[in-house]
Write a protein that binds this ligand. Structure first.
Ligand code: PA5
Length: 445
């Protein structure tokens, strides 16, 4: 198996009975997921997606990706939340940040910060570039604004007809403004299945197309996910997703309501960003949920380390450790003067130093009262990443149902949108506008 869970540094901070109760609850939860009888059962299409993707579908994604790679120096991937983070997480987990080869992947439509599109447009000037626009609902404001802007730029640069060869849309089969636009303009498109929510969509074209454009092996990613799929839906003691879900729920019940995902790998920042969205949006509802946070280590030991060691004791950590990586570790050389006093490390490589930092930090934090779960992953290659993502999604579904929330909706995300539309005076939001003005008066805001 590509992954294992070590709970040695959790045990005596977790009430054994709570853990056992969640483990027992797990088989019922897994059956409810498999039989489509749980809450949110209209959004379970992701559960067995990896084993159901056909080679034809993967080949079509690869073909479109190859075409964009061949005609573009840069591809702008437009999307937000679940329509953005999965692709970025996988791409950045493999990308050499210093290499300047191949098609550059740029992200847009993931915020509203005013200067970004202007700076992006000037970066694209003189380049051959294309756009992949991703929105399941097809109505999300951030990507819609970015797409309108970039489509106009494409038309200015390449002309009305040729610019259409430089756009691929990924959206719902029937619903939404983006689908209407795709049909009206005759743009190439892929479908996001109705029963797969945004944050569970990394193994649909939402994740796979950008990953293939970036030049990474989507078939290997799927192989890893398929292997993990077998484990996470099994109803035996080997089920890793159930184990992780039970530990985190038992810790939560014991007052550890914040989970910090810790990585010691410079390419894993966006895996954590994806994970935070997955767990935050799935579990944070009805006044419940484990708050997901993350740190990149050892970097953040010099910013968040003090709090982790010594702050309020409501945190547990989940630490990712690799058995092997694709990274080439530098060896520290002997220095005859030894002014920096580092000769005690001469002959050792950086993976040795990093591994000891991990172990030392886990022990220190545990001594400071922070339970530490260790997730051991076989490698950081595409296959292992595929397995890891499938593991986290399955564990998230199981854990959310253990918490007795519907992990597959996101009603809370609508509230900011309603207020923003009211303030922007979007037609149809007049009533909300008046209510908001009244609320502002009442709050003195
Ligand atoms: O996970 C989710 O459902 C959300 O984060 C969505 O992906 C996000 O809001 C973007 O929505 P859409 O793809 O409809 O533009």
């Amino acid at each position: 198996m590509q992954l294992s869970i070590d709970k040695t540094l959790v045990k005596d901070l977790m009430v054994e009975n709570h853990y056992n109760r969640y483990k027992q609850m797990g088989s019922g939860v897994i059956q409810a997921l498999k039989n489509n009888t749980c809450e949110g059962n209209d959004f379970l299409g992701w559960m067995n997606l990896p084993s159901h993707i056909s080679n034809d579908e993967l080949n079509r994604i690869q073909e479109v990706a190859d075409k964009l790679r061949s005609n573009s120096d840069a591809v702008v991937v437009i999307g937000i939340g679940g329509s953005y983070l999965g692709a970025r997480a996988v791409i950045e987990s493999q990308l050499n940040p210093f290499a300047n080869k191949g098609t550059e992947i740029i992200y847009a439509g993931h915020h509203l910060s005013p200067g970004y599109l202007t700076e992006l447009a000037s970066h694209l000037e003189g380049k051959k570039w294309s756009v992949v626009v991703i929105s399941k609902s097809g109505t999300t404001t951030e990507p819609a604004i970015a797409f309108r802007f970039l489509r106009q730029k494409l038309t200015e640069q390449f002309g009305e007809n040729s610019s259409k060869d430089r756009i691929v849309a990924i959206t719902d089969e029937k619903k939404g403004a983006l689908r209407q636009l795709v049909e009206a303009e005759g743009l190439p498109s892929f479908i996001i299945p109705d029963n797969v929510g945004g944050r569970f969509s990394v193994f649909t074209p939402v994740g796979l197309l950008p990953i293939a454009i970036a030049g990474f092996d989507i078939k290997a990613l799927i192989v890893g996910a398929v292997e993990m799929e077998k484990n996470v839906w099994s109803e035996n003691d080997e089920n890793l997703a159930l184990e992780y879900a039970a530990i985190r729920n038992a810790l939560n019940q014991n007052g550890f309501g914040i989970e910090v995902l810790a990585n010691y790998h410079h390419k894993f920042h966006y895996i954590s960003e994806w994970w935070k969205q997955l767990y935050g949006e799935s579990e944070g509802k009805d006044g419940k949920g484990i708050f997901p946070a993350s740190v990149d280590l050892t970097t953040d030991l010099h910013s968040m380390g003090q709090y982790l060691q010594d702050g309020k004791r409501n945190i547990f950590e989940t630490v990712i450790q690799f058995d092997n990586t694709q990274l080439k570790a530098e060896t520290i050389q002997e220095d005859s003067e030894n002014l920096d006093k580092l000769n005690y490390l001469a002959g050792k490589d950086l993976s040795f130093v990093n591994a000891n930092a991990l172990e030392g930090t886990m022990l220190a934090h545990r001594t400071g009262g922070v339970p530490n779960i260790k997730l051991r992953i076989a490698n950081d290659d595409m296959k292992s990443i595929g397995g890891l993502l499938q593991f986290f999604m399955a564990a998230c579904g199981i854990s959310g149902l253990m918490l007795q929330v519907n992990p597959f909706n996101q009603p809370g995300v609508e509230d900011y949108k309603r207020n923003m539309f009211a303030l922007l005076q979007k037609p149809g939001f007049e009533q909300e506008g008046e209510e908001l003005q009244q609320l502002k008066k009442n709050l003195g805001f």
